[in-house]
Design a protein around this ligand. Structure first.
Ligand code: GLN
Length: 483
């Protein structure tokens, strides 16, 4: 059963109170944080006060919704009113937002209990959470390894049972890749399905907020709570949100599944990852799916395209951190030196690298050669997906070419770090939904992720296929062995 459903039943049957449930997660945080370091801020008192309100509603005989009393962790790039929001950057070290993001406001109004803010790569730029200015997060399956990134804190907190469910954000893989590395479920929704209002912007045409959970049903329930139109996000889609729990079926008869040929031909794919994903594909067949190979020939251009578009948008978005409007400021004699000192001290190396690449790509004389060209290739990648979805309902491939690597292993080699995003990035470029779920372990006991990609707004099919697969396997029931 899903974590949310189990906790909900305990609450409505009065087996446990929301305060008791919240306290048990706070205890788990206290016990494991010395090893995992997934939280930047824990808001224990607030959480217990919110939980007491839920208990009061239950005691008064009120009917509560599915998310009421559910303890949740929030990536620290989601603005939370009155609670420090750092983006794991020194430049926002003391930033306390005066407003609440739409998603966290919706969850709060639904009675969910915010336990705190989780670690990430600075401004969500990275794949290991090592770019955090504050701390290294350990992978609960092997704390000497990275949890993935950039939503590494959220993924690790879910895997370590330091929260019931969590939110992350995904610009090029930042929900799905850490989900794969930590053996949990991660969903990047269709671009525009979930409001970005109050999500600190990295690359606005790619960013989406989504769930990290232990089961597919939890992801469906959490998405239900955050999806939907928001006039405060101009890219928000005004569409009817289906009841996602209705799509959780256990057979896949007649479902057409495409295996992306190019993702298996990719260089550097781990034999263990390949074997686990091939086995998962066989299981989808056994569940009744019709499986065929599908070629997305321009998929492999995703990476270079992304590393022009994302830094370009980042360089523009991050121009606002000038020491005047937000966060840290190095006071100096002239305005210019205040700007430069503030930014030189406030941003880490990877963020600076992105700002420089983006500024270069957007500058006069280079714009056509880089940014404009990248936008054209983005369209071609989108067309590959469109053609594929003319033939199949969903596409599958590995989420990542490898399992979690050792902390420190790739910090001096940004290119090899970027290569890990090969299979997740095209999905963001095309604005499509992608789900990662556990599909096995390598010989070192490290989790492997299966990625299921859908056409725009077909989260229902991802849940259907993911749930059927999950019910037929027991990967999601494995626990990391933590002292
Ligand atoms: N790893 C990718 C990057 O470094 C994606 C990050 C993300 O999705 N936020 O940009």
């Amino acid at each position: 059963m899903s974590v949310i459903r189990a906790l909900h039943q305990q609450l409505v049957s009065k087996e446990r109170s929301a305060v008791e449930i919240t306290q048990s997660y706070l205890d788990q945080i206290a016990a494991l944080e010395p090893q995992i370091h997934s939280y930047l801020t824990v808001t224990g008192d607030r959480a217990l006060a919110q939980a007491a309100q839920v208990d009061a509603r239950i005691a008064a005989g009120e009917e509560i919704g599915m998310l009421a009393g559910i303890p949740i962790a929030l990536k620290d790039n989601l603005c939370t009113q009155g609670v420090r929001t750092t983006c794991a950057s020194k430049i926002l070290e003391n930033f306390v937002p005066p407003y609440e993001s739409t998603v966290t406001a919706r969850l709060r109004d639904a009675g969910a209990i915010a336990l705190g803010k989780t670690n990430l790569d600075e401004f969500a730029m990275g794949s290991s959470t090592e770019n955090s200015a504050y701390q290294l997060t350990g992978n609960p399956w092997d704390v000497s390894r990275v949890p993935g990134g950039s939503s590494g804190g959220s993924a690790a907190a879910v895997a370590a049972r330091e929260c019931a469910v969590a939110l992350g954000s995904d610009t090029g893989g930042s929900i799905r890749q850490p989900a794969a590395f930590c053996g949990v479920v991660g969903l990047k929704p269709t671009y525009g399905l979930v409001s970005r209002f109050g999500l600190v912007a990295f690359a606005s045409s790619l960013d989406q907020i989504g769930p990290l959970t232990l089961t597919v049903e939890d992801a469906a329930l959490l998405l239900q709570g955050i999806a939907g139109y928001d006039p405060r996000d101009s890219t928000s889609l005004d569409v009817t949100i289906p009841d996602y729990t209705q799509c959780l079926k256990t057979d896949l008869k007649g479902r057409r599944v495409g295996v992306i040929t190019e993702t298996f031909a990719a260089e550097g794919i781990d034999p263990a990852v390949r074997a686990a994903v091939e086995k998962a594909i066989q299981q989808l067949k056994d569940l009744g799916a019709e499986v065929q190979e599908i070629s997305c020939p321009r998929f492999s251009y995703g990476l270079p395209t992304y590393y022009i578009i994302a830094p370009s948008e980042a360089s523009s978005n991050l121009a606002r951190y000038d020491g005047v409007k937000y966060g840290a400021r190095n006071n100096n004699d002239s305005l210019m030196s205040m700007y430069t000192k503030t930014r030189a001290e406030g941003f880490g190396a990877e963020v600076k690298r992105r700002i420089m690449i983006g500024t270069y790509a957007l500058s006069a004389g280079y714009y056509d050669a880089y940014y404009l060209k990248a936008q054209k290739v983005r369209t071609l990648i989108k067309q590959d997906f469109e053609a594929a979805f003319g033939q199949v309902d969903v596409l599958v491939c590995p989420t990542t070419p490898t399992t979690a690597f050792k902390a420190g292993e790739k910090v001096d080699d940004p290119l090899s770090m970027y290569l890990g995003d090969l299979m997740t990035i095209p999905v963001n470029l095309a604005g499509l939904p992608g789900l990662s779920l556990p599909c096995g372990f390598d010989d070192q006991g490290l989790p492997i992720g299966l990625q299921i990609i859908g056409n725009a707004l077909r989260e229902d099919l991802l849940f259907e296929v993911g749930y059927a697969y999950e019910q037929a396997t027991d990967w999601h029931q494995q626990h990391p062995k933590l002292a």
